[in-house]
Design a protein around this ligand. Structure first.
Ligand code: PLP
Length: 419
């Protein structure tokens, strides 16, 4: 296969005719596939079905969990999530079924009540939030919805570009940053120890908060279990204990949207969160919390996650192999990440081509995440990033979708080179 960037115009034109024919043939196949969200496949959800048959309603202290009470979760449950997040159980709150919901609540707390004795964010005039990009669209959406100005920060394989972050946070109207430290969505990057140290120690506004979303902390795809140092411990060490709010959930461990989420932070933040939640609810679903903890303890979390990996690692491999066979030989028309965990692959195509690739795929029956979705305001200034979510489709569907995607990347590149 020729390197597109080295080809003569006439050869490019001939290749374009060939690609167009292959694309039309594909469109005839009537594929119908939605790869727009990172969802577990049904066979992954099946792994946790025994959970639903668990009758456990009494926690180890004998408390009847079918009744009101224990807003922060019972000790048994808090201890489990504290261990997972790397905090004390008194620094941990077990919540409902969505960590995103809890993050929204904490942004709302900052917005309406304020953190660290400062005025509420919503009363401070123009306020900004840092968005390492590409990142998680639903994070950005929360802060956009409240009225923050979203500030894009480039992602690197070690985490957000810390030179940029340190420069930006000198401005005290910058109130926080979204972080996905392990197997980031969508690049699959793992923050380095240096990034963690710098986030903990940098000079920032007293009510600046790192939203540390550890959604994929145990979601390894290989035998290498990548980890990232504990930001809460680093913040305490640096004399900024209130800087971080850490989150996780079992959405991609057990059931997406029907699992359990948790948050950990220093005592002052936990007390502020508790007061906030007290006004919002009497308690979360403690029956679901307890059966989750007991199921995962019985299974062994690592063993359970290996079962997930056995189902989804082959899917990542199908996509990556497809890219290597169909895109690599075409020269520099695309680059992609090779994650060791998490739920996504980032594909970068030639500048100005991402929206075209997504549109071509859609016309032929494969819906991808919208181009630009992983950037603040849904706007990728270079129009080059596409988020690939390989977990939900079957291996066969994924094979076909990857072939089509590669074809569309090549067609879009060809259109650009011939324009
Ligand atoms: N955080 C990240 C980084 C995610 O990718 C997702 C889902 O894709 C979520 C949070 C959603 O988590 P939850 O289901 O706990 O709200």
């Amino acid at each position: 296969m020729p390197d597109y960037l080295m080809m003569e115009r006439s050869a490019l034109q001939a290749e374009q005719v060939r690609l167009r024919q292959a694309y039309d043939d594909f469109a005839q196949k009537g594929l119908k596939l939605d790869m727009s969200r990172g969802k577990p496949a049904a066979n992954q959800l099946d792994l946790s079905m025994p959970l639903l048959a668990m009758p456990d309603c009494l926690d180890r202290d004998g408390t009847d969990l079918r009744n009101y009470g224990a807003l922060e979760g019972t000790n048994e449950v808090r201890e489990y999530f504290a261990e997972l997040l790397g905090a004390e159980s008194g620094e941990t709150i077990a919540g409902g079924s969505s960590s995103l919901n809890l993050m929204y609540n904490m942004i709302d707390l900052g917005w309406r009540k304020g953190f660290s004795g400062c005025a509420p964010w919503g009363k401070q005039g123009r306020v900004k939030f840092l968005c390492p990009s590409p990142g998680y669209d639903r994070h950005f959406r929360i802060t956009e919805d409240f009225g923050f100005e979203l500030v894009e920060v480039p992602m690197t394989p070690d985490g957000p570009d810390m030179d940029a972050v340190e420069r930006l946070v000198r401005d005290e109207t910058v109130k926080g940053i979204w972080c996905i430290p392990v197997y980031s969505n969508p690049d699959g990057y793992v923050y380095s120890a240096e990034t963690v140290e710098r986030l903990a120690a940098m000079k920032a506004a007293p009510d600046f908060r790192v939203f540390w979303d550890n959604a994929y902390l145990v979601h390894h795809l290989t035998d290498e279990a990548c980890t990232c140092p504990n930001l809460l411990a680093a913040c305490k060490g640096a004399g900024n204990p209130q800087r971080v709010l850490m989150f996780c959930s079992t959405s991609k461990i057990t059931f997406a949207g029907a699992g359990v989420c948790a948050m950990a932070a220093d005592a002052a933040n936990i007390e502020a969160a508790r007061k906030y939640l007290f006004a919002m609810t009497i308690c979360f679903d403690k029956v679901n919390q307890l059966r989750h903890v007991r199921f995962l303890r019985k299974e062994g979390l690592a063993a359970h996650m290996q079962k997930h990996a056995a189902l989804i690692a082959p899917k990542f491999n199908v996509v990556l192999k497809g890219f290597e066979e169909e895109l690599l030989p075409c020269g520099g028309i695309a680059t992609w990440t090779k994650p060791k965990g998490g739920y996504f692959i980032s594909l970068n195509v030639l500048d100005g081509c991402a929206a075209r690739v997504v549109a071509l795929c859609k016309q032929a029956g494969v819906v991808l995440t919208g181009a630009g979705a992983a950037f603040p305001y849904g706007c990728d200034a270079r129009d080059r990033h596409i988020r690939i979510a390989p977990t939900y489709p079957s291996l066969e569907e994924l094979q076909a979708a990857t072939q089509l995607l590669c074809l569309c990347v090549r067609l879009a590149a060809m259109e650009k080179l011939l324009a």
